[in-house]
Design a protein around this ligand. Structure first.
Ligand code: SF4
Length: 218
C-alpha cells in the first residue's frame, strides 16, 4: 500500500477488523462495567501496562474504591499499596487528584473537558469516550502506530504518535457507526496478532498490508 491515505481500502480494513474482533473479543472485566469512574480508572491503569497485570488490581479497585468519594475517604497508603504491582506509581497520584477533582461530578463526555482532568491525556480520553461513553474517537497508542506503519510500509519513530498523518489514517479507518467494536478490534488485533513478532498468517487484514511478505514466515 505504502501511502498516507488508504482510499477505498479504509472501510474494507474496518470491516475486517470488526469481523475479526467479534470472534476474538478479550473479555476484560472493565469492558463490561457500567461504572464510568472505574472505566476511566481502567484506561489510566492500562497505559504502558499489560492487561493481564491490570486485571487483579482493577478487580480490587472495583471492590474497594468504586467511586471517587470512596477513594478520597480511603487512606493513601492503602491506595498506593493496591497499585504497587503495576509500577509507574505516579499514576496513583494522578488517580487521587482525579478523584478529588471529580468528587460527585459526572465525568465529562467531550475530549476537551476530559483532557483537563489529572492523568487524562490524548489516549485515555479517546479510549474512555469511544469505549465507554458512546462518543466516536479514534485511538492511537504505540501498538496502533506499529500496526499502521506495517500496513502502509511507512517507517515511524517515537514522535509518530503525535503526527498528523497517522492520526488522519487512524481516523479514516474508524467508522462513524461501529467505532466501539472497531476500536476494541484494533486493540485486540494489535495486542495478539500484529504484535512485536506478528502472526501474519492469522491476520484479517494481511491482504492490505505492505509488510506482510516481510513477516509471513516469522
Ligand atoms: S499482515 Fe502481519 S504485519 Fe501486516 S498487519 Fe497483519 S499481522 Fe501486522
Amino acid at each position: 500500500m505504502n501511502q498516507r491515505h488508504l482510499g477505498g481500502k479504509a472501510s474494507e480494513i474496518s470491516h475486517r477488523v470488526i469481523g475479526w474482533g467479534r470472534n476474538n473479543f478479550q473479555r476484560y472485566p472493565w469492558r463490561s462495567t457500567d461504572n464510568h469512574w472505574l472505566a476511566l480508572v481502567a484506561e489510566i491503569m492500562l497505559q504502558r501496562t499489560r492487561a493481564a497485570a491490570v486485571i487483579p488490581v482493577w478487580n480490587y479497585w472495583e471492590q474497594s474504591f468504586s467511586t471517587p468519594q470512596v477513594l478520597m475517604a480511603s487512606p493513601h497508603q492503602s491506595i498506593r499499596e493496591s497499585f504497587k504491582s503495576l509500577g509507574l506509581g505516579w499514576r496513583v497520584d494522578f488517580l487521587i487528584k482525579l478523584a478529588e477533582k471529580l468528587g460527585a461530578r459526572e465525568i465529562p463526555e467531550n475530549k476537551a473537558d476530559l483532557m483537563k482532568l489529572p492523568g487524562v491525556g490524548d489516549y485515555v480520553s479517546s479510549a474512555y469516550l469511544s469505549l465507554h461513553a458512546e462518543v466516536r474517537e479514534s485511538i492511537v497508542d504505540s501498538n496502533v502506530v506499529r500496526w499502521i506503519s506495517r500496513l502502509t510500509g511507512i517507517k515511524v519513530d517515537g514522535e509518530t504518535r503525535r503526527s498528523k498523518w497517522i492520526r488522519e489514517l487512524a481516523d479514516e479507518m474508524t467508522p462513524v457507526t461501529g467505532y466501539r467494536e472497531y476500536n476494541y478490534g484494533v486493540l485486540d488485533l494489535t495486542m495478539t496478532v500484529c504484535k512485536a513478532r506478528p502472526l501474519c498468517a492469522r491476520c484479517p487484514v494481511a491482504e492490505y498490508c505492505a509488510s506482510r511478505q516481510q513477516f509471513y514466515d516469522v
